[in-house]
Design a binder for this molecule. Structure first.
Ligand code: ADP
Length: 626
């Protein structure tokens, strides 16, 4: 029979894995067991709604057996099985997203990360086997099929024989090498240990034949070996065990296995709630964002169980969008198994659980922020954008819940601070919470408008994420202090004398300024100001849309034509002012050139593009060559 090739990306991934960079080969067993457990869950759940299916819960099980001589290890289950098509699509592709970019000369870490990201699951069995044979009879098929592969070369699928619905996976275990003793996977004691270590919480029995060493004659020291099939795992789901009984390592292992992460979680949140709706939940905050987190493909949700039976792999209603990064399990015996998922999603019980869970996660984050700042900062650097997005999403409906969890970079402290911290340090004569936005802390620090505020010794929050300004605009005020962009045209920080002086200058030169506005169609107004200390010019804005917000709107696919109302401010004390006045009187041509150059300068400082760089460059050359 013709061999089918793996999809090319899968092939490279498989190659990476077989030539193992993933050092812990042991995990293959938990991956297979976990797949079996999922298949049993699926079959049982189907049987609840499909009356034709006769499935007895206590008959559902996973079996492990081995043959030392033939070097075979078998993992089988009587779960839902796979059709021919499913064998093809589930076992023929590894990287499901198809967007996997392989770089040449990847570091060992990169490779491990790639494998981790894609949750190689089934394929990890190739780390320990020369050949894998999967025989499966699906609940949806009359015929059984056999999928077989010896690794990268490809696989075959042919008809097979199997009476009972389910899947049997036979691994031909590799020969031992100097580096690794593969025979450990054919050893009763070792296998038992691995099952206990990684799969103890699986809610179906994992059965294996074990040897009992029985003392038959004490005097003669005579023993007899008897063999018996036993359930190796304790079967109590980890979330049903009291957290004092479970080690952190157990939780970590469960998380990494269940949610295909190569890293331990940053935070484990376990709770057991008794009340109108009782439930156990085990939640995790990942230590890094899942590879698809900021893409459309990412699906939020918690696994939902009803008394140990999986109802839904990802119940989205259990998590608000702003906590979409949370992974975990919720189990409630108060949720009826026999209603449709749609009705369940509408149920008051589920809504109550969702509300409690939201509150619990929030509390945990607040505690982390208070007691373990370093950990919180690490969390915030990874998922802060999501919280800030949550603040302004839904017209700010959740901002009260989230405003104390968001942090911004403080110019004064040169690190992230909370709004409460900012306000508590405000100066007596300071009426506003000042912020400045830009592409990076460094760039913002160089904005001319920042100078004036910092000179008064007021702290400024530097906003560098595209969501930041939308976030603070949604919050509007914190403890009655309103947010103020340092690029607003009327910051009102000058003293009376300074104000009078600029007013006078603007009045006396109104013709000059008017002429400049006429030359600059994107500008609403040109004025002299005292805002600037060393810079000659800057752009400020009037109204709700700042320059940074305009940049975000400009980058959106459908141009909504939302523009900032820009003002060009000229430093009245700068020598350029005198020059402008001279030119306005004596050389209009030159005056026009200066106007264009100064405007371009202001745009550059604000990080805005210049439409006609060649022309501007020529003008600059002309002027400086004089
Ligand atoms: P994952 O479990 O992360 O989806 P795997 O590579 O481990 O990835 O498995 C791919 C798919 O193959 C599973 O999602 C499942 O649909 C199917 N599968 C694997 N093992 C079994 C099994 N024992 N019974 C039924 N289906 C299985």
């Amino acid at each position: 029979m013709a061999k089918k090739e793996f999809k090319s990306e899968s092939k490279r991934l498989l190659d990476l894995m077989i030539n193992s960079i993933y050092t812990n080969k042991d995990i293959f067993l938990r991956e297979l067991i976990s797949n079996s457990s999922d298949a049993l869950d699926k079959l049982y759940y189907r049987s609840l709604t499909d009356k034709k299916l006769k499935v007895k819960k206590d008959k559902l099980e996973i079996n492990i057996s081995y043959d030392k001589e033939k070097r075979l290890l078998t993992v089988s289950d009587n779960g839902c099985g796979m059709t021919k098509e499913e064998l093809e699509s589930n076992l023929g592709t590894i990287a499901k997203s198809g967007t996997l970019a392989f770089k040449e000369n990847m570091s060992k870490e990169d490779k491990a990360n790639i494998i981790g990201q894609f949750g190689v699951g089934f394929y990890s069995a190739f780390m320990v086997s020369d050949k894998i044979t999967v025989t499966s009879l699906s609940v949806d098929s009359e015929e059984a099929f056999v999928w077989e592969s010896e690794g990268v070369d490809g696989y075959t699928i042919k008809e097979g024989k199997k009476k009972e619905i389910g899947t049997e996976i036979v691994l031909k275990i590799k020969e031992d090498t100097d580096e690794f003793e593969y025979s450990k996977y054919l050893d009763e004691y070792q296998l038992k240990g691995l099952i206990k270590k990684y799969s103890d919480y699986i809610s179906f029995p994992i059965k294996m034949e074990v040897t009992h060493h029985e003392l038959v004659d004490e005097e003669k020291h005579e023993y007899k070996d008897t063999k018996e099939v036993e359930t190796i795992n304790s079967m109590v789901p980890i979330w049903k065990r009291s957290s004092s009984e479970v080690s952190e390592e157990d939780y970590d292992n469960f998380y990494m296995d269940k949610f295909s992460d190569y890293d331990k979680p940053l935070k484990i949140i376990s709770s057991s709630v008794e009340g109108m709706t009782s439930y156990q939940s085990l939640l995790f905050i990942p230590s890094h964002a899942p590879f698809d987190y900021y893409t459309q493909e990412y699906e939020k949700g918690l696994a939902l169980y009803s008394n140990g039976v999986l109802i839904m792999e990802k119940c989205a209603d259990l998590l608000p969008d702003y906590f979409s990064f949370v992974k975990g399990v919720v189990d409630s015996e108060d949720l009826s198994l026999n209603i449709s998922r749609e009705l369940l999603q509408e149920s008051q019980g589920l809504k109550l659980i969702a509300k409690n869970i939201e509150g619990k996660i929030r509390k945990e984050l607040e505690t982390m922020l208070r007691d373990d700042r370093e950990q919180y900062i690490s969390f915030f650097k990874t998922f802060g954008v999501q919280l800030k997005y949550g603040v302004y999403n839904n017209y700010g409906a959740d901002k009260e819940k989230l405003k104390d969890l968001v942090m911004f970079y403080s110019a004064k402290h040169e690190r992230l601070i909370t709004l409460a911290e900012y306000v508590s340090e405000m100066k007596e004569n300071q009426g506003n919470i000042y912020y400045a936005s830009g592409a990076s802390v460094e760039k913002i620090g160089k904005l001319p408008q920042v100078e004036q505020v910092r000179e008064k010794d007021f702290d400024i929050l530097y906003l560098t994420d595209y969501v930041d300004e939308f976030c603070v605009t949604a919050i509007q005020s914190y403890e009655e202090k309103t947010f103020r962009n340092v690029s607003d045209e009327d910051l009102d920080l000058e003293d009376e004398e300074e104000k009078k002086a600029t007013e006078k200058a603007n009045k006396e030169n109104s013709d000059l300024l008017k002429e400049m506005v006429e030359k600059l169609p994107e500008i609403k107004e040109v004025r002299f100001s005292n805002k600037l200390k060393s810079h000659p010019v800057c752009l400020t804005t009037k109204g709700d849309v700042s320059i940074e917000m305009q940049k975000v709107f400009d980058a959106m696919p459908n141009d909504m034509g939302i523009k900032a109302e820009m003002i060009l401010e000229i430093n009245e004390k700068h020598p350029i002012t005198k020059k402008l006045k001279d030119l306005y009187k004596n050389d209009k041509d030159e005056f026009d050139k200066y106007t264009k150059i100064l405007y371009s300068e202001a745009r550059m400082i604000a990080g805005l593009p210049i439409d006609n760089p060649t022309e501007i460059n020529q003008l600059i050359c002309e002027v400086i060559s004089k």
